[in-house]
Design a protein around this ligand. Structure first.
Ligand code: KG4
Ligand code: ZN
Length: 340
């Protein structure tokens, strides 16, 4: 069974094919980031229009480069939400249109579930159940994953997502959008102990996060400090250290509470090297195995959508009809009650 995956939830147009026999057969990502950079963030209307321009040619290119034709495709999986409504609608419309004309089933995929399942594209993958830390531009979630589609949300951010906090602080430091990776790079030259950031929620026994206090602290610091290269690097390093320690504390607590022995980190921020190094140490101390997708599968891509679609379609799941629906807001735990 070969599944074509389509991702258009934000500012990447991506297409991939995953098959039962050959695994990941094709994978293409076209990023719109340069289009949005001059505005300092994603402009939804520009995103939708560019997805329209790019998606069908990218599907054609993906199929022809991997010597596949429509006859080799047994189903189409597309990101149905959460994300930007216009951008999602482009992917959903193209997926439904192709499914109708090729006479194959389609299936709407949850973007965060796809991020979570990206780790299954690796050679070394976890067995269920596992704890997952999902950290992206829009979400910060700690999840007890019992199996595909069985998710218990243990903790989430009560305000900004971790990637959003990275991006906003990076912007104030004068770094181009999306600034998470650039901020992390700058932080490598800085002193993480120079500025003491607030660490909210640490005293609380629950597993929720809050990042807006750290973001505001960084904003004030940037306003009040002369922005020499050294000061900028020290702010970046201190900010990154505070964010990562908040993530680590809650991960460790979740591992203690659940007694799970496998931890998956996924989503764009899981590309962060310091986060990976520090988690590795926690893993070794607690006899917990850590799994993460390769960097290209941490940020938005369609390989994760094709894989998730393949896994669900193998179980017989399909969209009920050809109506085109996007779900800009779609809580992840709803999936558990949908398919059990
Ligand atoms: O998963 P993703 O590609 O898109 C969403 O679904 O949101 O995540 C993008 C986020 C951005 O906020 C970006 O700045 C952040 O991931 N990011 C990083 C790093 N690489 C990407 N944040 C911190 N350190 C990194 N190395
Ligand atoms: Zn994403």
């Amino acid at each position: 069974m070969n599944i074509l995956g389509i991702e258009t939830s934000c500012d990447e147009t991506a297409v991939a094919v995953y098959g039962s026999e050959r695994g990941l057969i094709a994978n293409h990502v076209y990023t719109q980031i340069p289009l949005h950079q001059q505005y300092g963030g994603v402009v939804p209307e520009i995103a939708s229009r560019d997805h329209i321009r790019k998606l069908l040619p990218l599907i054609q290119q993906t199929l022809s480069e991997s010597h596949l034709s429509k006859n080799n495709i047994d189903g189409i999986a597309y990101t149905q939400g959460p994300g930007l409504i216009g951008a999602l609608m482009v992917g959903a419309s193209v997926a439904k249109g192709l499914a109708y004309s090729w006479n194959v089933p389609s299936l709407g995929i949850h973007h965060m579930e796809a991020h979570l399942m990206a780790v299954m594209l690796e050679e070394i993958k976890p067995e269920f159940p596992f704890l997952a830390l999902l950290v992206s531009g829009g979400h910060t979630l700690l999840i007890h994953v019992r199996s595909l589609g069985q998710y218990e949300i243990l903790g989430e951010s009560l305000d900004d997502a971790v990637g959003e906090a990275f991006d906003k602080t990076a912007k104030l430091l004068g770094l181009p959008y999306p600034g998470g990776a650039a901020l992390a790079k700058l932080a490598q030259q800085g002193d993480p102990k120079r500025f003491v950031f607030p660490r909210p929620m640490m005293g609380r026994s629950d597993l929720h996060f809050s990042f807006s206090g750290m973001k505001t602290f960084a904003a004030n610091l940037i306003r009040e400090t002369e922005l020499t290269e050294k000061n900028k690097a020290d702010i970046a390093a201190s900010f990154e250290a505070a964010i990562i320690s908040a993530l680590l504390v809650k991960c460790q607590r979740a591992l203690e509470q659940t007694h799970l022995k496998n931890l998956v980190i996924a989503g764009g921020v899981s590309a962060n090297q310091l986060l990976r190094q520090r988690l590795q140490i926690i893993g070794e101390k607690n006899a917990v195995k850590i799994f993460y997708p390769q960097p290209a599968f941490c940020t938005d891509n369609a390989a994760m959508v094709a894989y998730t679609g393949w896994a669900r379609m193998q179980k017989g799941q399909r969209d009920a009809d050809f109506s085109i629906q996007a779900k800009p807001r779609w809580p992840m735990d709803v999936l558990t009650s949908q398919h059990d």
